[in-house]
Design a protein around this ligand. Structure first.
Ligand SMILES: Nc1nc2c(ncn2[C@@H]2O[C@H](COP(=O)(O)OP(=O)(O)OP(=O)(O)O)[C@@H](O)[C@H]2O)c(=O)[nH]1
Ligand SMILES: Nc1ncnc2c1ncn2[C@@H]1O[C@H](COP(=O)(O)OP(=O)(O)OP(=O)(O)O)[C@@H](O)[C@H]1O
Length: 737
């Protein structure tokens, strides 16, 4: 079996505010003081990580790093900013998910033996004001005394969360998937990639402090306080370019457009994306909305960033088409759209699009009600499932909660007042501690112990689906314990049931009696402290991998009984792999500079080992179906074609029942020809590619051709520029996505 030929190197956090940009010295001095306060002194940060070796899947060794809790990305999620006298919460998304690293009792546990999967299951916002989690710094809610108490709890999340990423791919994928990766290359893989040397730059040459308005400086410092990647020169350069490009543009809310770019990039940084992705997040709207050209981005940031922005732009166009045509309201169409999105773009472009949508949803209030509803509906239909498939559960839940609020305001208000009162985070934290002590006492070592409370929307859907009242939902508060072997599952169950009284009839043994999809786990509901029902799930690592990646994968469990083709499964697996690998590489190689677009160039689709029970025949590129968008008479549909299909095949399909589009009738007149990605088709035998948009002009249009073309043009132009009184001096860029 092939061993991943990738070496992940650890580096000390010396890159924190390491820029030498003198003119920004003041900003960085402030930043450094605050970073010191929250991340420890320079000396602490420079403390080298102790690398450890782990056995590769074939017994070989690869180098990884222990996830030091002192600085790694997960810890940045817990970064707090201090403004004036008052701590403000940087992200309400920190409030509801708990991860607790196991203590080192038993002597056999290393840091990498922590939570194996759900890598992107970061903290989740469940509150009715979850929108603030992604809003600009000025709208962060002040911390309450209850919040302050949570800081200790969050500290323990930090430890566990860092550990979650360590060795993720090896554990999560390599156990049933064979990885083949060519060595890391320095160049991006897309044509025209610039040499690294060409991309080196001196910030001092490029910018002067007076270039930045005070609000922009504040945005940069705030971002730096929330994640140290914003001290990386490459990212700072992207920030300056974004600022220059969007200068004068405002959001519908009246906020500077730059704030949206920063919030998008911060969300990406918080899930562990590297500087290429974060820089692309900062610049994601520049090609569509500003004077900046692809070539300019390519020259200054390399093909890695430029191609990601193009990918995001294409996703934006397609999602707008889908929104305007209500395409995703049908299950089959929606499913094809999700697959196409994942298949046509670098999975990281989808990630940026999701982060962009997350902030747009969090600031939706500025738009008219009808638009709020349209965007919320589209988000629910397209973006929530994408976040689910990619395994970014924290984003999925934030998006769901926001959509819920905009689509069903009354229900949301009613439920949130009921539920938010009853969320008992302190209970979860103390239950984790209590169980940890008891496990230690009985010398049962475990891999990870985590807790979460169910999100508002998840509670609502469960009530609806199962016709339950809130009191009948027993998993509002839950713990999950991952142990080494089956025997320990049962031992741990007995311990749980000795700590708290069992709720009769709620225990399930899916180990002895696996579900049809292979799901295995022990479930019990106990009455926790304060008489709060607490669901505890106990399983082994292998069972957990199955629940996250196998046939019983949570995304499929959540999507219900849909039948997915092998192609869809592969796409999802591939996308999750890219995203997870990216995040892990980032965490393990904190010094990586954005223009080294290693992921794209080293990413080869993982294949299952022969004896893997969950293997399916991997499809080569030539065997993969092609999904395209077809626009015909104002109607848009997502069509699946066999590999190697041509425009002619599409015309034949479209012309079924009429001879309108037979090969003999391919119109000679250019303006009557179908258009492929906006250009008239030259050769009807040209091959269709994933994500192509084909417009079929009606042979005898009801409207004049000009009118029809204008309509299509409007669909492409997704710049919903809105005019606002009193703002004539600056361009006002409305909410768009
Ligand atoms: N990944 C995955 N998780 C599952 C699956 N089935 C159950 N779970 C998890 O286990 C939890 C409880 O499942 P069950 O004990 O079967 O409960 P239920 O019958 O769905 O209904 P409740 O008891 O009301 O929650 C779910 O909320 C999921 O978190 C599955 O097939 N795949
Ligand atoms: N007891 C638990 N402890 C820790 N994490 C859990 C627990 N139960 C579920 N989770 C995880 O929390 C996230 C959100 O779960 P959520 O309750 O919304 O859905 P679910 O578990 O699928 O439940 P259901 O289908 O019953 O609504 C998922 O990633 C899930 O795997």
């Amino acid at each position: 079996m092939a061993v991943p030929s990738v070496a992940l190197y650890a580096s000390p956090p010396s890159s924190v505010c390491s820029t030498s940009h003198q003119i920004n010295a003041h900003v960085f001095a402030v930043c450094r003081r605050l970073v010191d306060r929250f991340f420890g002194s320079e000396a602490d940060r420079r403390r080298p990580l102790v690398p450890f070796r782990f056995a590769g899947a074939d017994g070989g060794e690869a180098l990884s790093s222990s996830s030091s809790s002192s600085f790694a990305g997960g810890g940045d999620e817990l970064a707090r900013q201090e403004r004036g006298e008052e701590f403000r919460e940087l992200s309400s998304s920190l409030s509801s998910s708990f991860r607790y690293s196991p203590s080192k009792f038993g002597g056999s546990w290393k840091r990498d033996h922590q939570s194996p999967v759900s890598v992107l299951h970061g903290p989740v916002s469940c509150s009715s004001n979850s929108s603030s989690g992604n809003a600009g710094a000025k709208s962060f809610p002040a911390r309450t005394s209850r919040d302050r108490n949570d800081v200790n709890v969050l500290g323990s999340i930090q430890r566990g969360y860092n550990g979650m990423f360590s060795g993720f791919v090896r554990r999560a994928v390599a156990s049933c998937v064979e990885l083949e990766m060519p060595p890391v290359e320095v160049r991006g893989d897309s044509g025209g990639a610039a040499d690294v040397e060409e991309l080196t730059f001196n910030l001092e040459d490029c910018f002067v402090e007076s270039d930045l308005e005070p609000y922009a400086k504040e945005l940069l410092v705030n971002a730096q306080l929330r994640h140290k990647i914003f001290c990386d020169e490459f990212v700072i350069k992207a920030f300056y370019e974004a600022e220059k490009a969007h200068r004068g543009q405002m959001r519908a809310s009246g906020d500077p457009y730059l704030q949206h770019c920063v919030e998008t990039a911060v969300s990406l940084a918080l899930i562990g994306a590297n500087s290429t992705v974060v820089a692309a997040g900062l610049l994601h709207d520049t090609l569509d909305d500003t004077f900046m050209s692809y070539d300019y981005v390519l020259r200054n940031f390399g093909a890695g960033v430029a191609d990601l922005i193009v990918g995001v732009s294409k996703l934006s166009q397609l999602s707008q088409l889908a929104r305007e045509n209500n395409t995703a309201s049908k299950t089959v169409e929606a499913d094809r759209l999700h697959t196409m999105f994942l298949a046509m773009a670098d999975a990281r472009a989808v990630l940026i699009k999701l982060a962009d949508r997350l902030h747009n949803m969090a600031t939706l209030d500025a738009l008219p009600l009808v638009k709020q509803q349209r965007f919320a509906k589209e988000t629910m239909e397209i973006f929530v499932p994408l976040a689910n498939r990619l395994g970014i559960y924290s984003w999925k839940e934030q998006l769901e909660n926001l959509c819920f609020k905009h689509l069903y305001l009354d229900m949301h208000t009613q439920l949130s007042s009921q539920i938010l009162e009853s969320f008992d985070e302190a209970m979860i934290a103390s239950a984790i501690e209590k169980l940890e002590l008891a496990l230690k006492d009985k010398a049962i070592s475990y891999h990870s112990l985590s807790g979460r409370h169910k999100s508002l929307y998840s509670i609502y859907s469960k009530m609806l689906k199962k016709k339950l009242t809130m009191d009948e939902i027993h998993d509002i508060h839950g713990l999950r314990l991952i142990v080494e072997n089956e025997e320990d599952c049962y031992k741990a169950l007995r311990i749980v049931q000795s700590l708290w009284p069992e709720v009769p009839g709620r225990s399930k043994d899916y180990i002895a009696h696996p579900k049809l999809n292979g799901y295995q786990s022990l479930h019990t509901v106990v009455t926790g402290d304060g008489m709060v029902p607490l669901e505890v799930q106990i399983r082994t690592k292998a069972m957990h991998l199955q629940a996250e990646f196998g046939f019983a994968a949570h995304w499929r469990y959540k999507e219900g009984e849909c039948k997915h083709s092998a192609f869809v499964l592969q796409m999802v697996e591939w996308a999750r792999w890219v995203v997870s690998w990216q995040c892990e590489a980032m965490r393990n190689d904190q010094s990586s500079i954005g223009h080294v677009d290693s992921v794209k160039s080293t990413c080869t689709f993982p294949t299952h080992m022969e004896d893997c029970p969950f293997s399916y025949k991997p499809l080569s590129d030539q065997d993969r179906p092609v999904f395209i968008i077809m626009i015909e008479n104002d109607k848009m549909s997502v069509q699946e074609f066999p590999p190697d299909s041509t425009v002619m095949d599409l015309l034949e399909r479209a012309g079924m029942g009429s001879s309108k589009w037979t090969p003999y009738r391919f119109p000679l007149k250019e303006e009557l020809r179908p258009r492929l990605n906006r250009e008239p088709v030259g050769e009807p035998t040209c091959k269709l590619k994933m994500g192509d948009v084909v417009e079929l002009t009606p042979a005898l249009p009801n409207k004049s051709l000009t009118e029809y073309r204008e309509e299509i043009q409007r669909m492409y132009d997704h710049d919903l520029t809105m005019s606002r009184p009193g703002r004539s001096t600056s361009t006002l860029v409305g909410w768009r996505s």
